[in-house]
Design a protein around this ligand. Structure first.
Ligand code: GLC
Length: 717
């Protein structure tokens, strides 16, 4: 076994510098004639390519092994390439987008989805995935909310851990069907002003620590091997060159000594950010901040040598970065087996296997959130059904970041329903495009609906309207789809809206008109089957929102764990002018964090506390009896929130501190008990010390962040 320090000593300065470079496969494939373009433009030489440290993207086992073989033949010291790619919610078997997985409130399912994604990636030769993305999000205008698990620091932290466990497993070196995880985007990318991608992020260090940092830290505590920098500034300095963020906090305070990679082009973006005059200064700032690898640009390769020779950069910084990269390659066993799990044979058996499809179907069905239901669901057999809308027969249900998924392999809604209903589907009509409608399309939809007892209306956003650079200032459904609803409503038939989207939407013109509304997000490869499972009642929907649905985009940001303000709006002062409110809309979101309906109903008994005085070294037990008061078995997500009534700094009205998803048969009652400890009551004080205060608290237990019963208790120290 080669010692990495010994190997480092054998490397020339150039070899070290080029090891910090990540390129896309086309740079290394010999038959790509247009390489002269990027090679010339980026000043990338053959020597750099032959010594690059990593490849970004997945090209299948055969091509990956060929690239690695060719590379190793040229490598003077036999240092293998690291293959990395964006496997966010599945490789070939595409799971629902992460915001949907988050809506399952099922950590085991989340872990399972990541483990399957890891296995499918590993057999193609991928070593690292650029996931989990754990950016906290409060602004649905931002297209990448679909990649997050939502607006709560605690829940995001729990999911971050689950995804890392799924991707990496217990033994990354020994279990070749796992991949290293890379938590992103460090840090606070989800707080881009105006929800406009890549925009400025401005917040206090206390807000950063209280809300935005916990999930990254949780991923690292779970053993996540890598971190990716964010495009945005943090307190005026781009994250990729931010020494406080990357050295003081990430490496010194948190003790992270794994690999830190820039986001795509983020090193060079310090120039337009206005903190670097040129590529050399950008390279210097990034290496000084501790960025080990530069993704897809060549400022390190083109400038670090001269910076070292000019005495501007200490070669020790380069040695540190090279060593981190070599150690990850060593941990993955690449020096012994540069191909790791890559296998054409196993690709055939593993990718899109029946087992994986079944898992994707299960996760999807559990991710759907029933937002409204006035006796329209579940559909009853024998009902004549008209399936209408731009998503009735669409393969665009994989969502953003489904690069290696194939729409033609996805089960569309019509196929999923037809497999179960057959003759009951009496008509199918598109009714409109995503963003346009012809009079003929609208008429055809009305005609189709006229033959049916119930209309299933499949609406939503295209995947292009979400994801990276998919910011929207107006988060309503496109007018064409609202027009379609308007034409169908007068028929007086039950309308069941199935909504495909990657973000909370302004549901004006949709939710009032619908008799039922099922949020299915981008449900993935098995979407059509999973939706049929829920619409027909085989699966009782159990998803709960992890991001508030605003009443209007004018409220944004609107989130449940907000502060009270000095002039809170109350039922008593609602008619007064000088309170914190809007003149033209409510303060509260249309649908709150934690919200979701079921085909059954649940009741909560009164909360009982093991004590109402909690000593700092003790544990407070909070119990509640939950009963299924309906006629169908169903899963309820029992949620525990806490409020600190008075702190040294303002404290959120509620903070999620626990949840339990439990299955209840009709008439069944279960007692749910949560444990609350002093540690969970700690917060960042004005001096940024993380500690709790003795004092008054409230604990809430309920079905969502709005509908929850409370009881007081006191913490004594
Ligand atoms: C993109 C994304 C990042 C992704 C990377 C590689 O710009 O911001 O999340 O992992 O580039 O594709």
């Amino acid at each position: 076994m080669t010692n990495m320090n010994t190997l480092l000593e054998q490397m020339t300065l150039e070899e070290k510098i080029f090891q910090l470079m990540q390129l896309t496969p086309n740079f290394l494939s010999e038959d790509d004639a247009n390489l002269t373009g990027p090679l010339a433009w980026m000043g990338v030489t053959e020597n750099m390519v032959n010594n690059a440290g990593s490849v970004l993207s997945a090209v299948g086992a055969k091509e990956t092994m060929a690239l690695q073989k060719k590379y190793m033949e040229n490598s003077r010291l036999g240092i293998p390439l690291l293959f990395m790619a964006d496997i966010i919610h599945g490789y070939r078997t595409i799971f629902p987008v992460t915001l949907a997985i988050g809506s399952t409130w099922d950590l085991e399912l989340a872990e399972k989805s990541a483990a399957i994604a890891a296995k499918e990636s590993a057999v193609t030769g991928i070593h690292v995935t650029f996931a989990p993305m754990v950016d906290l999000v409060r602004d649905p205008r931002w297209g990448r909310v679909m990649e997050s698990t939502g607006e709560d620091p605690y829940l995001n932290s729990e999911y971050a851990r689950a995804f890392v466990r799924g991707f990496q497993g217990e033994d990354l070196a020994g279990d070749l069907d796992r991949v290293a995880a890379c938590v992103k985007h460090f840090a606070a990318y989800g707080a881009a002003e105006g929800g406009r991608d890549y925009n400025t992020v401005n917040m206090s260090e206390r807000q950063l620590r209280e809300s935005y940092l916990p999930a990254y830290k949780a991923a690292l505590d779970e053993g996540c091997e890598m971190v990716m920098t964010a495009f945005n500034t943090v307190d005026g300095i781009p994250a990729t060159g931010n020494k406080w963020l990357m050295r003081n906090l990430l490496r010194d305070e948190w003790g992270f000594d794994g690999m830190l990679i820039s986001d795509w082009g983020a090193v060079g973006e310090m120039i337009p950010h206005g903190v670097a005059a040129d590529g050399a200064e950008a390279a210097q700032k990034a290496i000084e901040a501790g960025v080990d690898m530069e993704m897809m640009t060549s400022h390190y390769a083109n400038h670090l040598k001269e910076l070292v020779e000019a005495g501007k950069v200490d070669v020790k910084l380069i040695d540190e970065s090279v060593l981190r990269i070599l150690k990850l390659k060593e941990k993955l066993g690449l020096f012994e087996n540069p191909y790791r799990a890559a296998s054409e044979e196993r690709e055939k058996e593993v990718l899109l296997s029946g087992e994986h499809r079944a898992a994707a179907r299960e996760v999807a069905a559990k991710s759907f959130v029933l937002l409204k239901n006035e006796q329209a669901l579940p559909l009853r057999s024998g009902q004549k059904l008209a399936l209408i809308g731009p998503f009735a027969e669409s393969g665009d249900i994989l969502g953003p970041w489904s690069i290696w998924g194939k729409q033609e392999e996805a089960v569309q809604l019509h196929a999923g329903l037809a497999a179960r209903l057959g003759a009951d589907i009496v008509a199918v009509a598109k009714g409109c495009e995503i963003e346009s409608a012809t009079e003929e399309q609208l008429r055809e939809a009305v005609a189709a609906a006229s033959e049916a007892d119930v209309i299933v209306l499949a609406l939503g956003e295209s995947s292009e309207m979400s994801g990276e650079a998919g910011s929207r200032g107006d988060i309503r459904l496109p007018q064409a789809q609202l027009d379609l609803i308007g034409r169908l409503k007068p028929l007086g038939k039950p309308i069941v809206v199935v909504l495909f989207n990657g973000r909370p939407l302004d549901l004006h013109g949709v939710i009032e008109e619908a008799d039922a509304l099922l949020e299915v997000w981008f449900p993935g490869t098995e979407g059509g089957n999973a939706i049929a499972d829920v619409l027909l009642g085989d699966v009782n929907p159990s998803g709960r929102l992890t991001m508030s649905f605003p009443y209007s985009v004018g409220q944004v940001p609107v989130y449940y764990n907000n502060y009270n303000t000095g002039r809170p709006l109350t039922p008593q002062n609602a008619s007064e002018r000088y309170v914190s409110k809007y003149l033209d809309m409510p303060n509260t979101p249309l649908l709150p964090f934690g919200y979701g309906l079921s085909y059954t109903t649940f009741s909560y008994s009164g909360i009982s506390l093991s004590t109402d005085v909690l000593n700092a070294e003790d544990t407070l037990h909070v119990s509640v009896d939950v009963t299924n008061t309906g006629t169908a078995a169903g899963e309820e997500v029992v949620q525990l929130y806490v409020r600190d009534m008075a702190g040294e700094v303002v404290r959120p009205l509620k903070e999620l501190k626990g949840f339990r998803k439990l299955l209840l048969q009709p008439g069944e009652t279960k007692t749910v008990t949560f444990a609350v400890t002093e540690e969970q009551l700690r917060y960042y004080h004005a001096d940024l010390q993380l500690k709790s205060d003795a004092g008054e608290f409230q604990v809430f237990v309920g079905a969502n962040s709005r509908d929850a019963e409370s009881k007081p208790f006191r913490l004594v120290k």
